[in-house]
Design a protein around this ligand. Sequence first.
Ligand SMILES: [Zn+2]
Length: 318
Amino acid sequence: MATLRFSKKPVDLEALEAAVAAATVGNGKIRLPGKPKLAPGRPKKREIPEGLWTKCPKCSMMVFDKELDENLKVCPHCQYHFPLGARERIHSLVETCTFEEMDADMTSVDVLNFTGAISYTAKLEENKKATGHKEAVITGICKIGPFKVALGVMDFGFLGGSMGSVVGEKITRLIERATEKGLPLVIVSTSGGARMYEGMFSLMQMAKTSAALAYHAKERLPYISVLTHPTTAGVMASYASLGDLLIAEPGAMIGFAGPRVIKDTTQAELPPGFQTAEFLLEHGLIDAIVHRKELKQRLIYYLDFMTAGLEHRAALVA
Ligand SMILES: [Zn+2]
């Protein structure tokens, strides 16, 4: 039978005495030995680096920015559609290398010498720098699927997608080019309305763009208007609502005056969901709500049947 053997270590009494002595200091008060100090430095906070994650305003989930970009700025958890820049939108819709931009260098001028908290000229410069765009709309001729199309895309990031003389002029020239070349027209709108820095000059863009669309319609050419969040005021009251087909993105706010103004004016309680794409679909103002990731395919589908009766259809898909 095996016997367990314990080795007895001799107790170092001198070391024990030193340990007890070290705990007793001055006035007879006992101070316990504190924790050993590690490297000096500030207490570590858990920080989330900026520009990597975005909080979804609808479901409050944190979404990895790279994932959001790859998902066309749609929340993968709740399908909330974040604003999408004009360049990214064009990239998501047109065939590679087919976009020929029009009037790329056209920029606004401060004709009224408008100065509020900051001058209009300074505001323009600030927005140009922030967005890398010269104006709130990008226009051009491109191919969507097999179809040659005149495409205009607005960018809310540039002065709230407001329509000044240049936005109106670029849109009008796009429509006129479409009429002249017999092309279908697609405009993706997002706007806070007319650009008040330009006063009357911005308001007359409503009539100008609408008139150009009348000539386009006279040629029986199709116009698809895509309404994204938000499309309001002067833009909604002109070209954005004049499409042969009105498509909206889910949850987009679409309307003329804001809900607060309407409520104050009419003194009536507004119905739930008022001015959302879903509400307007139910009430017949718009024709369809299309998820951003399906938009291109849906446009091709609509262009296919809307151009079916055109005599020059073969030229459009050449
Ligand atoms: Zn979400």
